[in-house]
Design a protein around this ligand. Structure first.
Ligand code: ATP
Ligand code: SF4
Ligand code: MG
Length: 379
């Protein structure tokens, strides 16, 4: 067998050292998570603004891998006002899903851990910090008060149970106020609410008997059956073809006005954002680079990355030889630079961009940008 070179031996040694140090850190976080009988006073908190349903403050979520620490979410701040839709956009791998999993406290341990920050949730009985909330308490929030619509419904629906039985089960679990005899009636009502015409027929179908669009409607019905205060929709339409995408989005937009819930909508699609969201948060390499009302961000984008994203979106009735794409790629999340993460792709970079990661600054009442080109109050 060929002998290892000195370089290979050094790499193996380094990986072992990383694994050893990861093990100690992960153990510390897991022990903290598994604590029993945590007094409520430890996770009760106060909202900065009582009109918000959720306030994410300086959130850090890391994965401890043998290659090093993956800084997936690296100091994120997001506010979600009650009854509003906030869209989270950004390229693949920028940390959108990890942010949403952090809110649900579903980041897979022991390698994935929330290492810093607060997620304040305006719970009906009083605000709590989700980061410090014990898992047992989180189970009463997930699917009850905060529900999630995933990208691929087939992975969330159980293939061996009929649709009706699965929604019935969710209603029994999350809606103790619904009498046993009324559960089926409520399931049919939810299926009708999401625009399924033959609700009785679909009630007795298995998931594989439905089209992708129908399955996504069923998932939406399931996520709504507990009257959630907040819905997280992570790329709810990417698995669907374009016509069905439009129908499902139309449905979400419709529902938004009917159910008084706040929505965190995660998407690649800026067209969806423009139509549905009240606020937009643009994420790049685990950080927020721009946020504001969707009107302001679309009409007056400031960060060179946001400008690039908008430029790369196709426009109806505009013929172009080639669609614009932002040159280069996202930096390696294990070895992030200590200057602006977008610098190597930015056509506006100058000497100021060589040092320091730009902080998110208010350039207007409801518009924030993290770029050296803009100072506080500087439009
Ligand atoms: N279990 C894991 N172990 C290690 N790294 C992970 C894990 N899950 C996510 N990551 C890393 O975290 C970063 C953010 O991932 P995330 O899934 O949040 O991206 P995203 O913005 O949702 O992308 P997409 O648009 O493709 O869904 C990526 O670099 C990804 O490789
Ligand atoms: S800080 Fe510099 S490199 Fe970063 S986005 Fe702004 S101009 Fe570009
Ligand atoms: Mg994702």
């Amino acid at each position: 067998m060929a002998r290892k070179t000195a370089e290979q031996r050094e790499a193996v040694k380094k990986m072992r050292e990383i694994a050893k140090s990861n093990k100690a850190v992960m153990k510390k976080y897991e022990t903290e998570k598994k604590r029993k009988n945590v007094p409520a006073s430890e996770y009760q908190t106060t909202m900065k603004n009582p009109n918000n349903i959720l306030e994410i403050d300086n959130l850090h979520t890391y994965f401890y891998t043998d290659m090093g620490i993956v800084r997936s979410v690296n100091g994120v701040n997001i506010e979600i006002p009650q009854g509003k839709t906030v869209a989270l956009v950004g390229e693949s791998g920028c940390g959108k899903s990890v942010t949403s999993l952090s809110i649900m406290k579903l980041v897979r341990g022991p390698s994935g851990q929330i290492t810093n920050g607060e997620i304040r949730y305006n719970r009906p009985g009083g605000a709590i910090d989700i980061v410090k909330t014990p898992i047992k308490e989180m189970q009463t929030i997930r699917g009850n008060e905060i529900s999630m619509i995933f990208q691929e419904p087939m992975t969330s629906l159980n293939p061996v149970f009929r649709i009706g039985a699965q929604i019935d089960e969710a209603i029994k679990l999350h809606r103790p106020d619904v009498k046993k005899d009324d559960v089926k009636k409520q399931t049919i009502k939810m299926l009708e609410l999401v625009g399924i015409a033959r609700a009785e027929g679909v009630y007795s179908c298995f998931p594989h008997e439905l089209s992708g669009g129908m399955r996504q409607r069923v998932m939406i019905a399931m996520s709504l059956c507990c009257n959630p205060k907040m819905i997280i929709a992570d790329e709810p339409t990417t698995a669907l073809d374009v016509t069905i995408q439009a129908q499902v989005l139309e449905l979400l937009r419709d529902l938004k006005d009917k159910i008084d819930a706040s929505i965190l909508l995660i998407t690649h699609d800026l067209g969806v954002v423009a139509e549905m969201a009240d606020y937009v948060v643009v994420m790049y390499a685990g950080r927020i680079v721009e946020q504001g009302t969707s009107h302001e961000v679309f009409l007056n984008p400031k960060h060179p990355y946001t400008i690039g994203l908008i430029k790369s979106k196709p426009v109806v009735n505009q013929v172009v030889d080639r669609l614009y794409s932002i040159p280069g790629s996202v930096p390696n999340p294990v070895h992030l630079p200590n200057h602006c993460y977008f610098k190597d792709r930015c056509d506006k970079a100058d000497g100021r961009c060589n040092s320091g990661i730009p902080e998110l600054r208010n350039i207007d009442d409801e518009h924030k940008v993290a770029c050296h080109l803009y100072k506080e109050g500087n439009k």
